[in-house]
Design a protein around this ligand. Structure first.
Ligand code: SF4
Ligand code: SF4
Length: 443
């Protein structure tokens, strides 16, 4: 009897071709930005682009040396930096935390160094017992971290103490002065932070993470998981790569999420091999809106509502105002005031004298000469030992001098005149309105 023919097999489902790898990953972008940030972090105090010199009471910003008595500019500069960080959080979520924050950069770096050392020792010493390899990798890690902590503490303290002065203290093992003690404490804190805390610092200590809930709104950029077609294969790679130890699939609003995009890369890497697109994206707002490639530039830039446009305009005008304030500030500051312990004095030659006090502060980098000259006071003599007065960079000179005049026709008890102060480096002349007191002319 002829056997029944086997039923035809259904045609095998063709596996979709893998998608090409992305041109760049968020991980690569972050690491490139981290490197740039690290170089900027190290360079800023050495170039005086941003530094607070506590012993000398100076604030350096973009090459300008601000004195502590210019508190207005210092305050508005700090406010500008704070405002820029807050505005960035509102538009782009926790981009500062994941892309720019030194704590995050060094935490990830210490983790990467630790893993690299473990791999190296396992590879180079395969015959060693596991326990010995673990001790060796820990010892190497602690040594590297101790050196890195000294370096970091040095750079960090340089933001508050002049770097060359600080280096001298470090080489002399100075543990007595405030700079030396600060350096030692920061070294210890950095070492403990990057061995024990790392990213836990962000959730356990840093208040900025908790502010995010208040700063974000319905149009803020977030990392979203969207699976409309049940395409998740439960590989959990997105969970394994997350340094904050969360599962982004549960919610885009988890307080721990720093929007680093590592889970986006992970999902993309897994699903593209199966010919599918990632289920995790950077997306806008609570709804997780994705933008098409041909979306207008202002939407891609995050300008999604009038509030954001207003914020960007405020930042722009704030930056212009700050720039104008920095460029308009005078390098050589002259202040003049009368000394009124005695209203006037008549000397043996019959000249009437009034005493004045001047204060000259050279906030520039060049030696400067300031020349004084009274005007609108007939035949006035300026009794100053040296005129012009030479002021070195960073120097403050306070001195007193007399102005002497003969009784002149039409003189009053109070005679208005101006004291001119000309500065050679700035080629500017300030005019200070003053009064000269003398006995009224006898009629
Ligand atoms: S969930 Fe994703 S974006 Fe958020 S911290 Fe973890 S890896 Fe980064
Ligand atoms: S990486 Fe993607 S596919 Fe894998 S579990 Fe996460 S969301 Fe699902």
């Amino acid at each position: 009897m002829a056997s029944a023919a086997a039923p035809p097999r259904p045609p095998a489902k063709q596996r979709p071709a893998p998608l090409p790898p992305p041109r760049f990953t968020y991980h690569q972008i972050r690491k490139a930005i981290h490197l740039v940030c690290f170089l900027i972090f190290v360079a800023l105090p050495f170039t005086d682009l941003m530094r607070v010199d506590i012993p000398n009471q100076r604030f350096y910003f973009l090459g300008s040396e601000l004195w502590i008595n210019e508190f207005g500019i210092i305050f508005f500069t700090m406010m500008f930096l704070l405002f820029a960080v807050v505005a960035t959080s509102m538009l782009y979520g926790r981009m500062y935390c994941s892309y720019l924050c030194p704590q995050m950069i060094f935490s990830e770096w210490s983790l990467a160094v630790e893993n690299w050392l473990v791999r190296k020792i396992n590879k180079k010493l395969p015959k060693w017992p596991v326990q010995r390899k673990r001790i060796a990798s820990r010892a190497c890690f602690y040594m590297v971290l101790a050196l890195a902590s000294i370096f970091l503490a040095f750079v960090f303290t340089s933001y508050f103490v002049e770097p060359r002065d600080l280096l001298r203290r470090l080489l002399a093992f100075d543990m007595h002065t405030a700079g030396g003690i600060t350096g030692a404490i920061v070294t210890l804190v950095a070492f403990l932070d990057f061995t024990l805390l790392r990213q836990r610092f962000c959730t356990a200590v840093c208040p900025y993470g908790y502010l995010q809930g208040m700063l974000g709104d319905d149009n803020t950029l977030l990392v979203h998981y969207r699976d409309d077609n049940n395409a998740c294969i439960e590989c959990k790679k997105c969970v394994r790569v997350c340094h904050m130890e969360i599962d982004i699939r549960e919610s885009p609003f988890q307080i721990e999420c720093i929007h680093c995009g590592e889970c986006v890369d992970a999902c993309q890497d897994v699903l593209r091999r199966l010919g599918r697109k990632t289920l995790i994206h950077y997306a806008w707002g609570a709804k997780g809106e994705l933008l098409e490639a041909k979306a207008p530039w202002y939407l891609k830039f995050g300008l999604r509502d009038p509030k954001r446009v207003a914020i960007m305009l405020v930042i722009f005008f704030y930056a212009c105002g700050l720039y104008a304030a920095l460029t308009m500030r005078r390098q050589v500051l002259v202040q003049v005031s009368p000394v009124r312990t005695e209203l006037y004095k008549v000397d043996s030659a019959g000249l009437i004298r009034n005493r004045f006090r001047v204060k000259i502060a050279n906030r520039g980098k060049q030696r400067s000469q300031v020349k004084f000259e009274p005007t609108r006071l007939p035949d006035a003599q300026l009794l100053l030992d040296r005129n012009p007065i030479v002021v070195d960079p960073g120097q403050v000179i306070e001195t007193e001098f007399d102005i002497a005049v003969k009784q002149f026709r039409g003189s009053e008890l109070v005679n208005h005149f101006a004291l001119l102060a000309s500065t050679d480096t700035e080629k500017k002349t300030d005019s200070f309105d003053q009064t000269f007191l003398m006995p009224p002319e006898k009629k």
